[in-house]
Structures are given as structure tokens and as C-alpha cells.
Design a protein around this ligand. Structure first.
Ligand code: AMP
Ligand code: MG
Length: 379
């Protein structure tokens, strides 16, 4: 079998991802320590009455009510008394248990326990979760929603959530709104804007750029406040593929150019000052897959989250033909938990992309069937 001969020095995908991850800064993640005991007082864990458990089922006279946030010093539970109490309210002195509303009867300003309360029943003890000064999260832990809550809980400043601005600009002289047969519409622009939006970015669509080094340089020099610029087209070997040279001339730091992947080989990532440029190939399937692989990584790092792992695993229901020496991402339908390969026609095949549910990773040449492979879900 004849094998196409790719560059042997192409960067493997996982290494390209690791490079991008390493190159981008993460916001500082300070350690989280309890600023006080948690809970800071004995709290009711249920709605009911606070009482002295040693008095068993004897009726108690109700002194009043404590709501969450009330100062419990308003009451002292002396023998023969109880205080109505709501979840989250601090226990009044004298009380050592909560009897839930479901376990009592109320009549004539008194409550009659239907059960025997035991000391500590339904009480969240002061310091039961943490003591003041305890280390709750070490420094450098990636941020997630729960950890954001914990930071707020201990009084650390938590800035309001903000979205990372991602600009999207297609390149290519062939892109027009009303195409003659030798021209095409720009599908990458709307596709990449939709993807960035779905990933939680603030998206800025730019007009398509011509295959002109001066126009490309001007656009790169004026990112309009974007932190990430997604371009498509102009990074391959064609005579009009000016982006790599333009980036070089502007003094950009190229993180990688060309990766070991089919489709999606020409992918380029570079840093131009504070701007991350993800220069995607023009072919729709390549642009889509490269963006799906790299944009979530960049957003996660810049937002301080953990490195995302987009891969799942499933069995291939039918063989996928694969020549060549790059790992192949092949379009599939997902049914019955299995990957059903579609007759994909390559990197320009937007029709199959739109019909696919997933892309299966075919690592080595040959045919595979019944094997479990990793795959990406289509967004
Ligand atoms: P390029 O990477 O610029 O060589 O483009 C590769 C192929 O993708 C060419 O056939 C282009 O016409 C096509 N292409 C480039 N940009 C777009 C776009 N924005 N939307 C759809 N197809 C595109
Ligand atoms: Mg082009």
C-alpha cells in the first residue's frame, strides 16, 4: 500500500495543546483558608424548635422565633421552654438540639414532642466543617464554579464573571456575499463566531480580510481589545498564504505551525504582544476541528480553569479506511453508543461536517472495526 509522506517533524496534536497551555498566563489562584470557624456558630439544620434534649417529650412553652441571620442572644432556653427556629439560624443558649416540625404537635402556645430529641440532633456544630485558619484549597488550584463559591464564602474578593473577547476574521479574496461560480460565501466566519459564543467568549465578528499582507498586518496590529484572534485561511503553502510571513514580520512568537493531524495540518498559533492568534486553515472541516481542539484550551487557561479533556471513547461500528501517516479525525454518526463512520470527502466537506455527531480519532493507518477509539463530540 502506498503511503503519503508527510513531514516527519510535524508536531503531535497533544504536544501542540501542551505548548499552547504552557504559553498562556493563568490568573493568580491564591490559597483558600477558612477566615473563621465554619459554621461560625451552632446552626439549625432543619426548621423546627430549639430545645433542651434532656427534657424528652415533656411539652415546652414557646418563647418566640429565630430566623436565619437573627442574633440568638434574644432568647435563653430555660427548662420547660423552646424557641421556634428556622434552618440556618443560630441556636439560642440553653438549647442543644433541634426537633423538626414534622416531629412535634403545637397547641396553645406550647409544643408537644412526638419523638425523643437527642443531644446535637439537626445541629450543625460550630467548626464542624473547618476551623479558622484551616487550609481549604492550596494555591494554584484551577478555578471552577464550586471553588468560586468557596472563595466568596471565606471573604476573598471574587470579581464578577467576565468573558474573554475573541475576534473572528476570515481571510481570502474568494469570499463574497453573492458568489459567482469561482467565488464562495464565508462559512468559517459565522461558524467560528458560533463556536466561540458557545464556549462562553464575547465574540467580535470582523469583515473578511483580503489576501493582502498589508491588510492582514493592519488587522493584526489592531485587535480591537480582543484577547484572542481566530483567523481562517492563508496559513498553508499557497502563494496567497501570507499569514505566517506577516506574523513573522510583525515579530510574533510562533508557538507552532503545522501539526500531525488530518485534517487540520496547517494550523498556526502565535502570540503577538498580548494577542493570541489562532490561525486556522481555510478548509471548513480543518478550521472547525482546529478551533474545537485549541480554543477551549486557550479560554480555560486564560480563565484559570483546568485543562479541558474533550475526548470520549466508543467502539467503531465499521472500518475507517486510513492511508497516510497522520492521525485522522473521521466524521461519524453516534448511534447505540457506537461510532458509525460517514463517507467523508475530506477537509472541504462541509456537508458531512454538518451531518456528523462526532469525529473519531484513527491513530494508525489501516482499517479499524469494533475497536474502541477516542472521539470528539460535534458542537
Ligand atoms: P486556504 O487555507 O486559504 O488555502 O483555504 C483553503 C480552502 O478553504 C480554499 O478552498 C478556500 O476557498 C476555503 N476557504 C477559505 N476560507 C473560507 C471561509 N471563510 N469559508 C469557507 N471556505 C473557506
Ligand atoms: Mg486562502
Amino acid at each position: 500500500m502506498a503511503m503519503s509522506c508527510d513531514h516527519p517533524d510535524l508536531l503531535p496534536l497533544d504536544e501542540a495543546i501542551a505548548r499552547l497551555w504552557k504559553a498562556l498566563p493563568a490568573p493568580p489562584a491564591a490559597e483558600v483558608r477558612a477566615d473563621r470557624d465554619d459554621p461560625a456558630a451552632d446552626l439549625a439544620a432543619m426548621d423546627g424548635v430549639a430545645l433542651r434534649s434532656e427534657e424528652g417529650r415533656t411539652p415546652r412553652r414557646l418563647l418566640g422565633t429565630l430566623y436565619a441571620g437573627d442574633d440568638p442572644a434574644a432568647f435563653t432556653v430555660a427548662p420547660g421552654t423552646a424557641v421556634r427556629i428556622m434552618t440556618g439560624a443560630a441556636l439560642p443558649s440553653g438549647a442543644d438540639a433541634i426537633l423538626p416540625v414534622e416531629q412535634l404537635r403545637e397547641a396553645g402556645g406550647a409544643i408537644h414532642p412526638l419523638d425523643d430529641p437527642r443531644p446535637g440532633d439537626h445541629v450543625r456544630r460550630r467548626g464542624g466543617q473547618a476551623h479558622a485558619g484551616d487550609l481549604l484549597l492550596p494555591a494554584g488550584q484551577p478555578l471552577n464554579v464550586a471553588r468560586t463559591a468557596l472563595r466568596a464564602w471565606v471573604g476573598q474578593p471574587v470579581p464578577p464573571p467576565s468573558r474573554i473577547r475573541v475576534a473572528v476574521a476570515s481571510t481570502g479574496d474568494e469570499l463574497v456575499a453573492d458568489p459567482a461560480p469561482h467565488q464562495i460565501r464565508d462559512s468559517n466566519g459565522p461558524m467560528l463566531a458560533a463556536l466561540a459564543h458557545a464556549l462562553g467568549a464575547e465574540v467580535q465578528r470582523r469583515p473578511a480580510l483580503p489576501d493582502d499582507p498589508k491588510a492582514l498586518a493592519a488587522a493584526l496590529r489592531n485587535p480591537g481589545g480582543a484577547r484572542i484572534l481566530l483567523t481562517s485561511g492563508g496559513v498553508s503553502m499557497g502563494e496567497h498564504d501570507h499569514l505566517p510571513q506577516v506574523l513573522k514580520d510583525l515579530g510574533a512568537t510562533v508557538l507552532f505551525h503545522k501539526i500531525r493531524l488530518k485534517p487540520g495540518k496547517p494550523m498556526l498559533a502565535a502570540q503577538l504582544g498580548d494577542l493570541l492568534v489562532l490561525a486556522l486553515p481555510g478548509n471548513p472541516v480543518s478550521a472547525y476541528l482546529n478551533a474545537l481542539l485549541f480554543l477551549p484550551v486557550a479560554l480555560a487557561k486564560l480563565e484559570g480553569r483546568a485543562l479541558p479533556d474533550p475526548w470520549r471513547r466508543a467502539r467503531l461500528a465499521a472500518p475507517v479506511k486510513h492511508k497516510g501517516d497522520r492521525p485522522l479525525l473521521h466524521p461519524c454518526r453516534l448511534a447505540d453508543g457506537q461510532l458509525h463512520p460517514l463517507p467523508g470527502k475530506g477537509s472541504a466537506d462541509l456537508v458531512t461536517l454538518a451531518q456528523a455527531d462526532a469525529f473519531a480519532w484513527i491513530e494508525a493507518p489501516g482499517e479499524e472495526s469494533g475497536v474502541k477509539v477516542r472521539y470528539l463530540t460535534v458542537v
